[in-house]
Design a protein around this ligand. Structure first.
Ligand SMILES: [Zn+2]
Length: 214
């Protein structure tokens, strides 16, 4: 099972690692939580379901559910009250103030951290006519991580050292959007890719570091 650090290094877009079972699943298969930066909690739905089942198996909990259902059946107004509770609770000024504070102190700093220019490398990997463009602070380690996970050989075609690896990567991804296959994989013509790499270097978005040997 991958640790959270190993999983992050893989940079799989749209995937999350469950904090309970450690499984790697698409984001939609996680419990929703609007307070989290990506809108999802760290537990997968399956773990959440098991947790609910375990909790509901306790005798006192079963009794509570039994009483609750009985009351609901007898008194429709109570059921409507229950349903509206969450809605009313989350629109109180106190709740709103609490959410704003959470956003300001937790969510916003995390987003700022992600957007801050970070020095590093943009690598271009090649496998036949396919190219992967990604970022890393340590390309040799990143390559050692990627290689064994792919069922075909890949070559490092190009390495760009830059002060803003996220911005440079984003620019390159955008430029090649018309031939994007999936995530970080593209199928540009070799001339197109070469002219893009040349223009990135000419505009001093970053420069090649010859001293860096894989
Ligand atoms: Zn899980």
């Amino acid at each position: 099972m991958l640790s959270i650090k190993e999983f992050r290094a893989l940079n799989l877009k749209g995937m999350k690692r469950c904090s309970r079972c450690g499984a790697i699943k698409p984001r939609e298969r996680f419990v929703k939580d609007r307070r989290k930066p990506d809108g999802y909690d760290t537990r997968c739905k399956q773990c959440e379901r098991l947790r609910t089942q375990r909790r509901n198996a306790k005798p006192e909990r079963r009794q509570y559910i039994h009483d609750y259902n009985a009351r609901r059946r007898e008194d429709p107004a109570y059921w409507a009250y229950q349903r509206a509770y969450r809605c009313r609770h989350q629109t109180t000024p106190e709740y709103r103030a609490k959410s704003r504070k959470y956003y300001r102190n937790v969510v916003a700093p995390r987003r700022r951290q992600l957007q801050k220019p970070q020095p590093g490398f943009v690598y271009v990997l090649q496998s036949g006519p396919y190219y992967k463009i990604g970022i890393s602070k340590e390309p040799s380690r990143r390559l050692a991580e990627i290689r064994p996970r792919l069922p075909f050989p890949i070559e490092l075609l190009h390495l760009i050292r830059t002060d803003n690896m996220i911005g440079t990567e984003r620019f390159m991804h955008k430029s090649l959007n018309h031939c994007r296959l999936n995530g970080e994989w593209f199928r540009p013509s070799s001339e197109e890719l070469k002219s893009l790499i040349d223009s990135v270097e000419k505009e001093k978005r970053g420069k090649i570091d010859d001293a860096y040997v894989i």
